[in-house]
Design a protein around this ligand. Structure first.
Ligand code: FDA
Length: 577
């Protein structure tokens, strides 16, 4: 029988990333997918800062960024009657507004970028393979059985029709929104599927004359009919600048799904572009539905689900693939420590505790964003009671009603910040679980809107705040000195007892903990003074940072016996006690 430590079902963003992280940490794994290669349609594309940070930790940031469309070309998002038609409003998205750009660049060493799933997945799986993963294409997962020591999966080679078994210590179900693994292990799901009908039309056409003056990855089309089904409005989305595109157009889910043939697809493209003379080279069409569903539990025994298997929602906010990759990052270091017998299997239970609340949050957020397009349609006179009340001319009137409409429209478009500039949702995840040791302080309150703004804090459970430090002549992010599959202890001048404690606990428990002192004349210096502003601890305190850059433990001063304290803390979070 074929054996492995971790069998991963699915090579999408979740499965591909899980394999990349595990392989980088030296964990033996097999990834299988029912298809002959990775995604053949460019669904996900918005790649948020946290995901780019994870790629940076894996050492492949340059490759990922190099294949994508740069941040400065992403954000002149237009609301128009068609690309050639009247423009109703514009919003600077993904942190490209000068005011928001400061927030985004202050929060991370990486910028958001646009990388279609068709290009991202091959990077994930090929890097994983180069680092030791075994890949099985054309291989379908059929069922699993688990016992006290492992999981036996039955899979079918779709080329030969042969069925065989793979034995693994753990299995990851990263098999997408219709996950059979989640179903087989009986994950409880909340919410509903198939709420709205949507279609994707992928095509090639040179649209540069309609977009060169407002480069963006998204162009929203508002016209009568665009509010039916779909993701709130019609969408023309850049796949590759500026000659490959994807249209999302809705249909009434209470009616049979349309058969999107070439004639229908071309008509929709011409309508949304507003120009029926453009040459359209169709690349593919598909019909899909909008879901609002998340798993209330993400694992059962030795089987862990991630990605769309546990969160199913519309693409609004661009959170699907990002969250899938981030799920994998959360679980991978825990599996590595458990498989190396450095942590108790109890550590794995923290995956559910930490990621299920995120699944729920993003499913709710994405669906709310979808419905918030309704405000724009209402401002344009189209309400459920007056579906034919569409008026874009009255907003030009020199009347009180015209002024009121202009203001209502401006506010309705501003509300879309919650979809396109939700920095807090993208970067502000804080965990509560037994792999985080509270320090007795209350969770810091949010000074600004928690969805729109990221609030850096070193409160245990939060991601370590980014700021630039120096190491000799090199400028490095705090995120560059943590991660890499190991714990890091950050302290300052006067924290030498913590350094000694980290070395001693690391040796005693057999778990890598890298102590780093930040201060004048030490290996890392805070020349800009930014670390002193964000660290929220005095020089002689310490932060213990997990391999996924979240803070496990924070101390404001030194206890009588730092080694004993740290030993107790690390043992507890690894599930040894
Ligand atoms: P995914 O569905 O991608 O992969 C599932 C994998 O499992 C595949 O490899 C499949 O072959 C395999 N599989 C399934 N069943 C199997 C079986 N029985 N045996 C073997 N293999 C099996 N997200 C985002 O972050 N930013 C964005 O901008 C967008 N935009 C976007 C636009 C549109 C139009 C859509 C429809 C979606 C998005 N998304 C997005 C969402 C994103 O595409 C989605 O969240 C991810 O693909 C989910 O990744 P997973 O790996 O979980 O599943």
């Amino acid at each position: 029988m074929i054996t492995t430590d971790v069998l991963i079902v699915g090579s999408g963003p979740a499965g591909g990333a899980a394999s990349l992280f595990l392989s980088t940490y030296g964990v033996d794994n097999i990834v299988l997918t029912r298809y002959g290669w990775t995604a053949n349609t460019p669904r996900a594309h918005i790649t948020n800062q946290r995901t780019v940070e994870l790629m940076r930790d894996m050492g492949i940031e340059d490759e990922v960024v190099g294949k994508g469309t740069a941040h400065h070309l992403m954000g002149q998002t237009a609301f128009c009657t068609s690309l050639a038609g009247e423009e109703i409003g514009r919003i600077r998205t993904w942190g490209t507004h000068p005011r928001r750009l400061a927030d985004y660049t202050e929060a991370s060493p990486c910028l958001p970028m646009d990388l279609p799933q068709t290009l991202f997945e091959p990077i994930l799986v090929s890097t994983a393979a180069a680092r030791g993963a075994r890949l099985l294409f054309n291989t379908e997962y059929e069922k699993l059985e688990q016992d006290a020591d492992g999981v036996t999966a039955t899979v079918r080679d779709r080329l030969s029709g042969t069925t065989y078994q793979i034995r693994a210590k753990y299995l990851i179900g990263a098999d997408g929104g219709r996950s059979k693994v989640a179903q087989d292990i009986g994950l409880p799901m909340a919410g509903a599927m198939d709420l709205e009908g949507s279609m994707n039309i992928v095509f090639e056409a040179d649209l540069s004359r309609y977009v060169a003056h407002r480069p963006s990855v998204l162009y929203w089309v508002l016209q009568p009919g665009a509010q039916i089904g779909g993701i709130g409005a019609g969408l023309v989305r850049m796949v590759r600048p500026w000659n490959e595109w994807l249209i999302v157009w809705g249909y009434d889910i209470t009616q049979p799904a349309p058969v999107v043939d070439e004639a229908m697809a071309t008509e929709i493209v011409h309508n949304l572009v507003g120009d029926d003379t453009i040459d359209v080279k169709l690349k593919g069409t598909s019909v899909w539905s909008v879901n609002h569903m998340y798993a209330e539990k993400a694992s059962n025994g030795r089987v862990f689900c991630m990605g769309d298997a546990i969160h199913r929602h519309p693409p609004s906010n661009g959170l699907g693939s990002n969250t899938s990759i981030q799920d994998a990052y959360n679980l991978a270091w825990k599996l590595a420590l458990v498989l190396n017998e450095q942590a108790s299997p109890k550590l794995l239970a923290t995956y559910d505790a930490e990621r299920v609340p995120i699944a729920r949050q993003i499913v709710d957020r994405a669906n709310k964003s979808r419905t918030q397009f309704g405000q724009i349609f209402r401002a344009l006179g189209m309400t459920p009671d007056a579906p034919d009340g569409w008026t874009i001319e009255s907003r030009k009137d020199d009347t009180a009603a015209g002024a009121a409409q202009r203001e209502e429209l401006r506010k309705a478009i501003e509300l879309k910040d919650y979809e396109f500039n939700a920095h807090g949702v993208e970067l502000g995840q804080r965990y509560t679980s037994s792999a985080v040791v509270p320090d007795g302080t209350p969770e810091p309150s949010y000074a600004q809107d928690p969805e729109l703004y990221y609030h850096p804090t070193t409160w245990p459970g939060a991601r370590v705040p980014h700021c630039w430090l120096t190491r000799g002549s090199e400028t490095v992010s705090t995120l560059d000195v943590v991660g890499k599959g190991r714990f890091t202890l950050l302290t300052g001048i006067g924290g030498d007892a913590w350094v000694k404690a980290a070395r001693s606990v690391s040796e005693h428990l057999g778990v890598p903990i890298e102590p780093l002192v930040i201060g004048p004349g030490r290996e890392l210096e805070d020349l800009y003074g930014d670390w002193a502003r964000v660290r929220e601890i005095p020089d002689a305190g310490c932060l213990l940072v997990r391999p996924d850059a979240h803070i496990a433990y924070r101390a404001f001063d030194q206890p009588d016996d730092p080694t004993e304290t740290l030993n107790r803390t690390v043992s507890a979070l690894l599930g040894h006690v």
